[in-house]
Unconditional design. Sequence first.
Length: 416
Amino acid sequence: MIDGKKVFFYRIKKGLTQKAACEGICSVSYLSKIENNSITPSPEILELLCERLGIEYSYVSEEAINNLKKEMHVWYKDIKYRNKEAADQKFNHFQSRIMNMDDTGLIHLFMAMSARYYIFINDMVNAKRLLDKLNEVRKISTSEIQYYTIQFTGHYEYLQNNYKTSLDYFKQAYLLSRKLGIQDEELFYLMGNISTRLGYFSQSIYYIKTALEIFNADANFARSIDCHILQGMNYSRLRDFETAHSHYTIALNASHFNPALQGMLSTVLHNLGHSYLQAEQYEEALSVSKKGLREKKGENIGNTICLIADIYYHTNRCKEAMLWVRKGYQAINNEAVTPTYLRLKTLEFKINDQIHDEAYQQFIEEEALPFLEKTQDRLHLIEMYEELAAYYSAKFSYKNANHYYAKVNQLYKEYL
């Protein structure tokens, strides 16, 4: 007998309303009961519905289906551990095998894992297409599929720079994972990552610590380095530089001495350089940041160039700082507004002692804020609101100053 959920799935897949699907076959209320598994339909009606919806009768053993689901969870591990060759092979393997099956649970699991695979290979169009389909059928999905749909939607939103929206999805996924008894290291890592970006450092430390324990147990050194970098960022922001640098040291040793991980060295050095800047250890910051820039070998260098310019600015070497700001503009090729562009532009105003000019106020209000409010970049927003509040205070425009101080206070009140 065909499961009612399968009837619902194929009807939605064909884009049919209940009325269109059952016209000339049965009543809408009868079809609704079939889809909800509250009635056993007659064979004649079921056959007609299956014919209209393109559902074929085929038999695949429950054992075979369960084995395929287990294989898909192995595929998921390859994806989240960034084993691209294995992930690609399994995607092609499952595509050919799932094509002729009609088990709803298996199809939904394949759709969910395919969405995550597309995120992994940066095919956001197909990822969004599958996530939209999964959300359409969420009410008939198992709790496990709902969990993956919510988590992967959060991951998609994160990569679209919608940080607060992303965190909302991750929190939903976390609550559901606890009910299901799922301990997914990727979810802990993602929640820690987004918490760091939004400035919730203490909460991030907990999530990353949990993820790190699982990655270490699996001897996944690349993902362990990711965790140590984030912990270094968290403790630096909390001004516990000793603990921060201990995490960076572990990450440096792992990436330096393991040839397979040396590609991560530039990221470690960049963040360590930023930590030294926060600790006001400027010469160490400059030395480490320049090493990080050399390790990048000309790729994605804009943010590290911006960091070097900032270090020069903090040591009152404005000529050198401006030189590096110009290098930064060249590196980002006059792209549309990005966080790196905003930081370079802000530095340029500061180096030229123009933070009290009207042009600075216009830059923040007309360029920076629309971008940062859209991307929900909480930390950068706080910084820009404080700059505007100080600007208006210096102009004795206290109403405008209080407006931005109120925005700062509102962001500081936000908690997980």
